[in-house]
Write a protein that binds this ligand. Structure first.
Ligand SMILES: [Zn+2]
Length: 315
């Protein structure tokens, strides 16, 4: 009998500090901040688009490696006046390079998936020196990472930012191009629109069930600290949420989810695929089958009622 080989020692993840609340999620009169920047730690920054420019208010991430930085998503608005992504990223990169001087530092722009609220400002970065903006089509993304279809040998690949090797997983279901990134530096699993505190819109029930089961298995096997998606729609109180297209979310739930949410999402996804209820509500999220007319009608009605009650104005 041979002794089992012990795992190589893991460097503990660098602790990430998340904001208690986001000012841009409920802008007050006079505050016109277009992008709220929050450093999770020295080499990882969150950027959140204001509700003023788009009700989706997506969350973007910038991760710095020793050779290049990675920008995950480019937001919901193309116009640099309303949404100055390029100048914000330039300032953050310059600041980081001020602390970590080096030559020929690159930037890679990737997308959690190809929906419009995650790719809109690609054009602002297209001509940036030393920058690669990965195309939003499935074939572009697969070719760039060398990523295969789920179930293939290369449905999970490494991507090195320089002393910071991310894992890229193909996780379709919300959208065919959806990917999830794992960053061992912080232990964060970046799940885009596949898992976040809000409505998880499922376009392909089977693919979503497979992908979320895989994420749960991945987390059981890796030092995942937090699950961080691209939006917040849930309120702090369990099983309550802001309606579709809400312009202000003063009491939204925290962005970062504890890792145990993954098994919960995987269970709900399996149930959605099997029994087709259209919609499943859990404490921290709702799974919505977008091919179900009833589920969609319900969302639109709630959004319409919210607007009629005059609750959808910004100061
Ligand atoms: Zn989105």
């Amino acid at each position: 009998m041979t002794e089992p080989t012990p795992d190589p020692p893991r460097t503990p993840p660098v602790p990430a500090t998340f904001p208690d609340r986001w000012a841009v999620a409920a802008p007050v009169a006079g505050d016109t901040t277009p992008i709220e920047v929050h450093a999770l730690e020295d080499d990882t920054v969150l950027l959140r688009q204001s509700k003023r420019s788009n009700h989706e208010a997506p969350v973007l991430a910038l991760m710095f490696g020793s050779e290049r930085a990675l920008l995950l998503d480019t937001g919901a608005t193309a116009d640099p006046t309303a949404f100055p992504l390029r100048t914000t990223v330039d300032a953050l990169v310059a600041d980081w390079l001020g602390r970590n001087p080096r030559e020929d530092y690159g930037l890679v722009v990737v997308h959690s998936h190809a929906h419009g609220d995650h790719v809109a400002a690609d054009g602002q970065l297209a001509d940036r020196p030393g920058t690669v903006v990965v195309g939003k089509e499935l074939a572009d993304m697969q070719a760039f990472f060398g990523l295969g279809e789920p179930g293939s040998d290369d449905d999970e690949v490494a991507f090195d930012l320089g002393d910071r090797v991310l894992t890229v997983l193909a996780t379709p279901g919300h959208h065919p191009t959806a990917i999830t990134l794992f960053d061992p530096r912080t232990g964060i699993l970046w799940t885009g629109d596949s898992v976040y505190p809000g409505r998880l819109y499922v376009d392909d029930r089977r693919a979503f069930a497979t992908s979320t089961a895989r994420l749960a298995a991945f987390a059981a096997d890796h030092a995942v600290t937090w699950v961080v998606g691209a939006h917040v729609e849930a309120k702090r109180e369990p099983r309550t949420e802001y309606p579709l297209a809400a312009r202000s979310q003063p009491d939204e739930a925290p962005l970062a989810l504890a890792t145990d949410v993954l098994t919960e999402v995987a269970d709900a996804a399996a149930e959605l695929a099997l029994t087709r209820p259209g919609r499943i509500v859990r404490d921290r999220f709702t799974v919505v089958d977008v091919t179900s007319r009833r589920a969609l009608a319900r969302l639109l009605l709630a959004s319409w009622a919210h607007r009629l009650r005059g609750r959808n104005r910004l100061p």
